[in-house]
Ligand binder design. Sequence first.
Ligand SMILES: Nc1ncnc2c1ncn2[C@@H]1O[C@H](COP(=O)(O)OP(=O)(O)OP(=O)(O)O)[C@@H](O)[C@H]1O
Length: 932
Amino acid sequence: MTTGLHEFNLASRRAEEAAARRFQAVQWLKSVVGQLGIPNQPSEKEFISCLRNGMILCNAINKIHPGAVSKVVENYSYLNGEYQLPPAYQYFENVRNFLVALETLRLPGFEASDLEKDNLESGSVTKVVDCILGLKAYHECKITSNGNGLYKHVKTPTFQLSATKIQPLSASKTSRHLDMSTVRDTNDCTDGESDKLKEIAKLFADHIFNSKENIDENLISLENGTGNPRANFEKIISRYPELQSVFKNLLSEGTLKPPELKSMLLEELPVHEEDQSSRSLLHKTNCNHKRLLKTQEKELSVLKTLFIKTKQDFKEFQVHLQRDLMELGNQMQEMSSAAQGYYKVVEENRKLYNMVQDLKGNIRVYCRVRPIFNSEMNGVIDYIGKDGSLFVLDPSKPYKDARKTFQFNQVFGPTATQDDVFRETQPLIRSVMDGYNVCIFAYGQTGSGKTYTMSGPPGRSATEMGINYLALSDLFLICDKRKDMMTEDDGLSLPDATMHSVNSTKDVLQLMEAGEVNRAVSSTSMNNRSSRSHSIFMVHVRGKDTSGGTLRSCLHLVDLAGSERVDKSEVTGDRLKEAQYINKSLSCLGDVISALAQKNSHIPYRNSKLTLLLQDSLGGQAKTLMFAHLSPEEDSFGETISTLKFAQRVSTVELGAARAHKETREVMHLKEQIENLKKALGTEENNNVSNSGAKEVKSPFGRPFATTERTPPRLRRLSIENCSNTKANLEDRKGIKSPLASRRAQRLSLEGPKSCKNEENCKGDPTMEVHQLKNPRSPLSSYQNRAVKVEGRTSIPQLQLLQTPVKGASRNDIQMISVDSRTNGKGSQIRKSLRTIGKLINGSEKRKENIPADPRSPVANNFSHIKSPDTSNAKTMRRQSLTGVMPPGQERSRRSSIGGKPIENGVNVTDTRNAKTPPPMRSASKIGKKWA
Ligand SMILES: Nc1ncnc2c1ncn2[C@@H]1O[C@H](COP(=O)(O)OP(=O)(O)OP(=O)(O)O)[C@@H](O)[C@H]1O
C-alpha cells in the first residue's frame, strides 16, 4: 500500500514536473518566436501538435543561431498566383532541417517520429521538451557570455534526480549525454579524470541540494576554507568506492582544489537552479494547490456550516410551517365554530328577543311569504334573514333606492314547510297548557296564504296540516301525558256558535271540517277559494295541577278574511259588500292596533265585532301572535308594503306581560264561594221577579235561564270546606243587590249549557246554606274573627253574606275582610273582590239613580234598548242588568255575525238583527279576569 502510494506520488510528481518543464519550454518559445496559438500550460498533445510542422522549431533555432535552417517551409506558399497549403512532406523537411541544425550546434535532439501523436505515450514529449530547454539553455548561455560563453547541455534535472536516486551511477552515466567539448577545451584533465571529477561535483551538488543545504554557504566555505567541504566530499565519495580512489588521487595530486571544485559546482548549479525553479514552480503549484485546498476546505467548512445552518433553518422553518399550519387549522376551526356560534347566537338572540317581547307583552309577529305561482312574474322579496329581517324591493325604483327593510320576530320564506312554521309556534301554543290565553291570527291580503297557514290547503295531506290541526293534536298529546287536562266548555260568547267537548284530535278535525263547511268561500280573480269571512276557532282548556289548583286558558286561532282591492278582485254584488265589510272590519282592527301602539287611553274595540272578539287577545294579558302573509309578486307590491307596515305597527304594541290563569285550591274555594254568593243573589232576584209576576226567566238568547233551588231569602249562609259552624253568627239579611252577581249571571246565560251544569252543581251542593247577616254594620267582622289557619293556609270557616249596609256604614269595616297576610296574593285578591262585592252591594242602592248612561258601555249599550218589565223602574232594571235575568218576553235571537260588520256606539247600525247581539265578550271576560 505504501509502495503503491509512493508510486502514485512519484507519478504525479513526474507529471507535475513534466508540465512545469513544458510550461518553461512554451514560455521560451513564445519569447523567441511570438504567439504559438496554444495555452501557456498546454497538454502534451497540444504541445506536440503545435510543433509538428517544424516551423516554430526552425524559426526558434534561426533566432538563436541565424541561418541554422536555411529554408523554412511556411504555412502557405504562393504558388501560381495563389496561396496554397504546403504538402505534409515539406513540413517533415522543416523537422529534419531543425534536427540537423541541432546536431550542428551539438545540442540534444529527438527523433522526427517523436512529433507524431501516436508516440505520445512513449515519453516522446519529454525528449522534445528536453531539446527545447537545451536550446533555451544554449540561448541563455549565449546571451550571458555575449556569444562567447561555453555551453554544456545537461539533461533535465528531473531525470537526473530520479536517475541518481533510482539508478546506480553507472547507469546514469550511460543515460546522460553531456557535451563536454567546451570543458575539454579549457580543462587539462584527461577525459576520464574530468568525467570523474564532474561526477563527483555533481554528486556533491546533489547532496547539497537534497540535504537542503545552503549552496552559497557551502560554496563560500569551499572557497574560504571555512567549514568542512572536504569532509563533505569525503562523506559523499565514501558511498561510491570506485570514486574514492579518484577523489583521493585528485586531492593528493592537488588537482582538485577548492576553486576548481567551486567552478565545477557552478557548472552543476544551473542544472540545480533549473531544478530549483522547477521545484519552486512545483512547490508553488503545490502551495497553490494547498492554498486552493485550504481555501476549498475553508469554503467547504463554510459551506458545511452554511449547510448545517440551512438545515437547521429548514428544520426551524418546517417547525414554523407546521406550527403555522396548525395555527391556521385551529383558526379555521375557531372560525367555523365561531360561524356556527354566530348562527347559534343569532338564534339565541332571536329567542331572547322574543322573550323580551313576551315580557314586555309585545305582540309577536311572524311573516310568511308564499311561493310565486306565476313563474313569469318577478318577486319583490330581496332577502330573508335568519334574524327576522326582511328586505323587499320596490319594482318601480332603481335597485339602490328600491330596498325597504323590515324586522319581525321571524320570517318564513316560500320554501318553509308547515312543520317549520308550527315548530316556531309550538311553544306559544303549549303555554296554553300553562294557563296562558293565546291568540294566533293570520293577516294578509287575499290569496297570500292565511288559510294555508292556519288550516292547510284544501284536500290537505298529513304534512300540509295547518296550525289549527297541529296545535290541537299537540295539546291532546300534552293532555295525554298530563292526564289531568280536560277541555272545558266555557266562556263562549258568540250567538250561533256552539261549544263541544272534544277528547281527541279526531273530534277536533271533525269540528273543524264542520266549521269550514259553514265558512263562506267563493272564487275571486285573486283567489279561487277566497274566504269571505273571518274564522275563529277557540279552544278552552281547564286543568288541575298536582297541588289541586286549577288553570284555565283559552286558545284563539283566527284566520281573518283577506284584505282586497275590490278593483283587483273584481267582485260585484254580494261579494263586493262582503269585501267592503271585510275591509272595514280589518280597518277597525288597524285602528285598534294604532291606538294600542300609541298607548291611547281609549281603544276602539267596539267599532267592529272582530275587534270586540279579539279584545281579550289584543288588550288582555294574553300571548298574541300575528302571522303577516305576503304575496311576493310584483303586482302585489302595494298590498305587501301595507301588510308589512301594518305588521310592523302590530309588533310595537305592548300588551303587558302575559299572565297565567292559575288558581290555588284556596283561591278556587274562595271563587266558588263568590260564585255561590252570586248565584244565591241571582236566585233571590229571580224569586223577586217571579213573585212580581214573571213566569219564565230567560237568558238573553231566549233560552230558559238556569235556575237554582230557591233558598229562603232571609236566612242564607254559605258553608265552606265542610266547616259547620254554629248558627249563632248567622244574621238576617235583606235582599242583596249585587251588580257583579248580575253580570256573572249574565255571562253564565251566554255560556248556555255550562251555566246549567254549574247551576246543577250548585243545586246539589249539600253544604250550601244561606243566612242573613244580623249585624249590618259589621258584616264581616264575625267572619273574620272566625278565620282559622289550617295547615298553613287560611281556612275560612264560614262566610256570611252581607246585608246591604245601612247608610253611613263604614267602608273600613268592609276592608277588614283581609284575613291573613300570609295567604297568597291571589287569595287576597279574591278577598278584595269580596270587598268589592260588598261595596257594590252597599253602593248599588245609593248609586242606582245617578249612574249616567255610558253610551259605550257594552252592558248599557246592549241593554239600553231592551225593554224591561218596568223601564221606568231603574232599580229593577239595574238588578236585571246585574243578574243577567231578562224579563219575560225579552228573548234574543242568536246569529253568528262575526263577519266584520262595524258597530257604532255598540250597536250595529247596518244590521238591525245585531241589536240582539248579546253583550260583548268583554263584559264577561272582564268579570272573569277580575275574579281570576
Ligand atoms: N306557503 C304556501 N305554499 C304553497 N302554497 C301556498 C302557500 N300559501 C298559500 N298557498 C296557496 O295559495 C293559494 C291561496 O292561499 P289561501 O287561500 O290560503 O290564501 P288566503 O290568504 O287565505 O286568501 P283569502 O284571504 O282570499 O282567503 C292557495 O291555493 C294555497 O294553497
